[in-house]
Design a protein around this ligand. Structure first.
Ligand code: DAH
Length: 386
């Protein structure tokens, strides 16, 4: 029994409920005082032992304070038994709550102490770096932005595309050998469909030209960034999945010199104002005439080096004037859908188109020699773009 606590008896020597309650309150205050003393105790074995002593003294089964007080309840006059019982139960709950609280505090403090003891603040911390845009994405955005400044807007299309949009409307007839240059990944189980509706993974972003012309009247100036897929083995310069940016400009009097001026400007915006462009005759089914565009080597300035295979020029993209057969296909699809086909009458409209590989441009801009580096997820590579 705490020494500081007087007996529960009234001055006249009887055991009243009020005197009992006063006695319980005083006991609780005494316990709280003892608990407060632990504030100054250093956590560790000593503190645990002191706590154990306190717990025994108060909660011990045979001689603990709580047990001793329970004897008083038994001695209470019959008419007060119930009041004594209620006060005592409340008292018992508070004591066990206070002791549990102290125990948790001591355990937490000693865990903290152990952690602190084992902590070497000279070790480097675990740095969590914020994410950054992938270099292919920033390159694609850079290209797109050059054209945004020329008044182009962005259009997107699906990666799972139909034969009609990916090939037929772009003037690749069925069984035409030009399809061989784009090893196509076909979606399985399409044999029952008419060939124009068969699905495949788009091999280029050009189908979005068709989708946009079917949906919108000229004049049009659009850029189409996106992912494309081909059934190709990966090597240092090829990947079965890669990215392209396509462009299309359609209006009443668009000429080849508009195409040349636009791409000449775009190449200088991307690679620096000293860069020259030159156009070589080429072939694409959807453009006539078609051209490959080369830029003067940005590594040697045109004098010839290993990067440009000593030619002084780097081949960068394909382009050309939209083939009238493409406008015819667009007009036909519009008719089929009940739309006005007149705006794409090949006699009234002309345009140019171009397409470039994002990986190739990113490799040139950043001096990357293996395309696989972009997909490896190697942080040592990616961190350089942070
Ligand atoms: N679609 C072509 C390819 O993937 C690239 C291309 C060339 C797109 C010429 C064009 C273009 O729009 O006019 O090889």
């Amino acid at each position: 029994m705490p020494e500081s606590i007087s007996t529960p008896l009234t001055p006249s020597g009887e055991l009243s409920p009020e005197a009992f309650q006063t006695y319980l309150n005083a006991s609780l205050r005494a316990l709280q005082d003892e608990i407060e003393k632990f504030d100054e105790v250093v956590p560790g074995e000593q503190a645990a032992a002191s706590f154990e002593e306190l717990r025994q003294r108060w909660g011990g089964r045979k001689t603990g304070v709580v047990t001793q007080i329970s004897h008083l309840v038994k001695q209470a006059p019959t008419e007060h038994k119930r009041a004594f019982g209620i006060s005592f139960n409340e008292f018992k709950d508070i004591v066990s709550h206070l002791l549990d609280g102290l125990q948790t505090r001591i355990q937490d403090a000693s865990t903290f102490r152990r952690v602190l003891d084992g902590l070497d603040i000279s070790l480097p911390g675990i740095a969590r770096t914020p994410g950054i845009a992938h270099p292919l994405l920033t390159t694609m955005e850079r290209i797109v932005e050059v054209f945004h400044h020329l008044g182009y807007s962005t259009e997107l299309g699906p990666q799972v595309e139909s034969d009609f949009y990916n090939f037929e409307a772009l003037n690749f007839p069925e069984n035409h050998p030009a399809r061989d240059t784009q090893d196509t990944l076909q979606i399985a189980g399409q044999e029952a469909k008419p060939s124009r509706d068969r699905l495949l993974l788009r091999t280029h972003t050009s189908p979005v030209q068709i989708r946009t012309m079917v949906a919108q009247d000229p004049p049009l100036r659009i850029v189409i960034p996106g992912k494309v897929h081909r059934n190709e083995a990966a090597d240092a310069t090829h990947s079965p999945t890669f990215h392209q940016v396509e462009g299309l400009c359609v209006g009443p009097d668009i000429t080849f010199s508009d195409l040349k001026g636009t791409l000449d400007h775009a190449m200088r915006a991307l690679f620096g104002s000293g860069v020259k462009t030159r156009f070589f005759p080429s072939f694409f089914p959807f453009t006539e005439p078609s051209a490959d565009v080369q830029i003067s080597c940005i590594f040697c300035g045109g004098s010839g080096c290993r990067k440009c295979k000593h030619s002084g020029w780097i081949e960068l993209l394909g382009c050309g004037m939209v083939d009238p057969a493409v406008f015819q296909a667009v007009a036909g699809e519009r008719r089929r859908l009940g739309l006005d086909d007149a705006p794409y009458d090949p006699a009234r409209v002309s345009g140019f188109a171009f397409g470039m590989g994002v990986e190739r441009i990113a490799m040139i801009l950043h001096g990357v020699s293996d395309i696989g580096t972009f997909y490896s997820g190697d942080m040592r590579f990616l961190e350089q773009f942070a």
